[in-house]
Design a protein around this ligand. Structure first.
Ligand code: SD4
Length: 308
């Protein structure tokens, strides 16, 4: 048994979940369990309008959810996309890692599987969100991230040296029915390899998938960059490439945890995240793009930070 453990998670909304995950890791818990515990805290909270219960719906008013999970020892992954009517996409995604095939299920296939396995069902459309959708549906808008719809990603290292990554989201608000972003796509929305580390991405999925961002950042770490260099370089290079080729790049942010427990973040916006390890209790930080680097500062008064 090694002693080092660490956990990193996206957005201010993951503060409680990160504390729960840290507690579990501190008691010798496994990284996969910590990731699921942290994410479920966000999935179950109707105040976070981007994940699970109270998530934002698609054009037709349906809350369809995406989730993914990866175990860094075996490289096994599980994912669900466009799933409706279940409490915890992360739990269903994690259960799929046991399979040799059929690891990534979508829509009706994912729902049939979840029902057969006895996963808890739940209508995730709250009254508050239904009212909001009724007012805003049909509005002519470009789908963007960070308007109260953010993905929760967790990456964790346990004291046995295993890393895991997981994500859960309702995706972009007013998306087309059937639209799937990066979140449940292994390599783009998340990746974990215990020889390297674990990563997760949030932002506009159509941009993140162009650079297979989570995998790309981990390869930079593998090739000798520090966690911080790898995360900020991966986001900066993809942002620059998209600006060069298409004239613009949409929002994207990345969390990265190295197998040695050090962390890195990359972003092309303002991006709050939470980190804890065996020496530090959970702390909220704010990362901001600054030239070719990313400035990271602890947030002393969480109430002053308005982002999710
Ligand atoms: C998606 N990446 O569905 C997700 C949305 C997100 O912050 O992360 N928003 O494209």
């Amino acid at each position: 048994m090694k002693n080092r453990w660490a956990v990193i998670s996206t957005w201010k909304m993951s503060q409680n979940g990160c504390a729960a995950a840290a507690e579990l890791l501190g008691q010798g818990g496994r990284s996969g369990d910590a990731v699921v515990r942290g994410i479920q805290d966000v999935e179950d909270n109707p105040d976070f309008h981007s994940v699970g219960f109270g998530g934002l719906p698609d054009e037709e008013g349906n809350v369809s959810l995406d989730g993914g999970f990866m175990d860094g020892d075996t490289l096994r992954f599980g994912a669900v996309a466009s799933i409706q009517g279940f409490r915890s996409p992360i739990l269903i995604a994690r259960s799929l890692i046991q399979n040799d095939r059929n690891n990534f299920l979508c829509a009706k296939g994912a729902e049939d599987y979840a029902r057969m396995m006895g996963f808890e069902e739940r209508n995730n459309l709250t009254e508050e969100i239904r009212e909001r959708w009724k007012k805003e549906r049909g509005r002519d808008q470009k789908l963007t991230a960070y308007d109260g719809h953010d993905t929760v990603c967790f990456a964790a290292l346990d004291c046995y040296g295993t890393v895991s990554a997981g994500v859960s989201t309702s995706g972009l608000y007013l998306k087309k029915p059937g639209r799937i972003g990066d979140s449940p796509v292994v390599g783009s929305g998340f990746y974990a390899d215990s020889r390297i580390g674990a990563a997760g991405a949030t932002g506009v999925g159509e941009e993140i998938m162009k650079g297979v961002l989570s995998y790309q950042a981990l390869q930079m770490l593998r090739c000798g960059k520090s966690a911080q260099e790898a995360a900020e370089t991966a986001v900066k290079e993809l942002t620059d490439t998209l600006v060069k080729r298409n004239g613009h790049a949409d929002a994207m942010s990345l969390i990265l945890l190295s197998k040695d427990g050090s962390f890195g973040v990359g972003t092309n916006i303002r991006f709050p995240f939470v980190f804890a390890d065996d020496h530090h209790s959970p702390q909220l930080y704010l990362a901001q793009a600054h030239g070719s680097h990313c400035m990271v500062e602890p947030v002393m008064d969480a109430d002053e930070l308005t982002e999710d």
